[in-house]
Design a binder for this molecule. Structure first.
Ligand code: FRU
Length: 435
């Protein structure tokens, strides 16, 4: 299916994450983030907070509304066993005037969202209106939880900055299913042979090259029974993650048409989670999160932020650093953070993630469920992790250190680093430390 060069593409032009590249994955000084600890005070007390995304303008920049910025996140109340949170996830919003202290605005929707729970997405702000994109997981009102995933959108919400200290998102939301898998470009649930199934995590993106409007999302590529794309390894063929894309023919954020995936990882990895793009110097950086346990047998991967770069949106995408890994957790805290969202901060890339299971060095995340419940609670961060600073230099990246937990500085605001990581700096401009 792939050729064996450094920039593999399928015969139909689709970029792939080649097994040869993924087999080179390893922790290095450039890709490992510092050990992190619980914050002194949890800004999100009372809630488990995990996947997080900022409210952004149509062009992808962070929205600033009367001095406020806004983040949205998946949440559950923190009396719930952390491993159960995905079953009840609800999107809440938080606002801040300094990007450091976050005020809880409340649930984004008022109970009529699609799905029995809502999973990750993105949000776009335009002329006072909020367009929310999310994963409708299961079906509203279902008695038994199902794992069907559909990509949903909602309009009708507006940002109201009540005063200097307060902001509300209000309105009569109109929820619609925007995309479902077609079974040809994107696997349907009933076609799935893999360990988990995905069709989720829509991310709004306007291509600066031509102003076209897209949603990118996490999906799987159909691999029909009897076909053997992985050098006759039928087990590897069950690992079929892809980064999907849909285009809006009219720029209407509620009207989308599926297009062929930007990249897939057939034979390599099952879940390419929360894909998103940063365009810098005309280069398209495509990021995803993935887990150590979703790599095909024989590939030693990590819970990490991975990335690819191409000269245009459609690729050829090359794995960053020759293998694809950008930032992972240290070996002595391999599950301390997850679900990374990168944005451009001028000289550096800043990466927001959540504080996951710390003080835990099991072989896989599955081991958490074996611990006594009190330990599962104790070891779960459930809040935002320290924001990571990453230097980008063409196809190379370097973890530079961290800011504080949950810091979301605007590009014009100086960085207040708390950990410089003692890592090498890149020569010259990009990546050199600036206070
Ligand atoms: C990543 C993720 C997302 C999904 C959410 C569900 O952490 O798996 O892909 O939307 O968690 O909680």
């Amino acid at each position: 299916m792939t050729d064996s060069s450094e920039t593999p593409v399928r015969s139909d032009g689709r970029s792939t994450w080649a097994r040869e590249a993924a087999e080179r994955l390893e922790r290095t000084d450039r890709t490992v983030s510092p050990v992190i600890y619980p914050p002194e005070t949890d800004a999100f007390d009372g809630l488990h907070v995990w996947d997080t995304w900022p409210l952004r303008n149509r062009d992808g920049s962070l929205a600033e509304i009367d001095g406020h910025r806004v983040i949205l996140a998946l949440t559950a109340t923190d009396d719930l066993l952390p491993g159960k949170r995905h079953d009840v996830a609800a999107i809440h919003y938080f606002h801040s005037t300094d990007g450091r202290s976050w005020i809880h605005g409340g649930p984004l929707f008022d109970g009529d969202a699609l799905g029995s729970r809502q999973w990750a997405g993105s949000a776009m702000y335009e002329d006072g209106a909020v367009y929310a994109f999310y994963t409708a997981s299961g079906f509203r009102g279902e008695e038994e939880l199902t794992y069907t995933q559909r990509i949903a959108g909602a309009t009708g919400g507006e940002v109201v900055a009540v005063n200097d200290a307060d902001l509300r998102i209000e309105g009569e939301w109109d929820h619609r299913i925007l995309l479902e898998p077609d079974g040809d470009l994107y696997e349907r649930e009933d076609q799935s042979r893999g360990m988990t199934y995905t069709f989720r995590d829509p991310w709004f993106f306007e291509d600066p090259a031509d102003g076209e409007t897209y949603l990118v999302f996490e999906a799987n590529t159909p691999v029909p029974e009897g076909t053997n794309p992985c050098d006759s390894d039928p087990v590897a063929a069950e690992f079929n993650g892809s980064i999907g894309i849909a285009r809006s023919p009219t720029d209407d954020p509620m009207a989308w048409e599926l297009e062929p995936p930007l990249l897939d990882a057939v034979c390599v990895n099952q879940e390419l989670e929360r894909p998103h793009l940063v365009v810098r110097d005309g280069q398209y950086y495509l990021f995803i999160s993935s887990h150590q346990h979703t790599f095909a047998p024989g590939i030693e991967g990590y819970d990490a932020l991975y990335g690819f770069v191409a000269d245009d949106l459609r690729g050829k995408y090359r794995p960053l650093n020759g293998h694809g890994m950008v930032a992972t957790n240290p070996a002595n805290a391999p599950f301390q953070s997850y679900s990374w969202t990168a944005y451009d901060h001028g000289d550096e890339l800043l990466v927001v993630s959540f504080f996951n299971y710390y003080d835990y060095v099991g072989a896989t995340l599955d081991g958490i469920a074996e611990l006594p419940e009190s330990e599962q609670f104790r070891r779960f961060g459930g809040t935002l992790a320290p924001t990571l600073r990453v230097a980008l230099d063409g196809d190379r990246t370097t973890v530079l250190g961290t800011l504080r937990h949950g810091d979301v500085p605007l590009p014009r605001e100086a960085l207040k680093a708390v950990d410089r990581g003692g890592r090498p700096r890149l020569a010259g401009g990009r990546g050199s430390y600036r206070r």
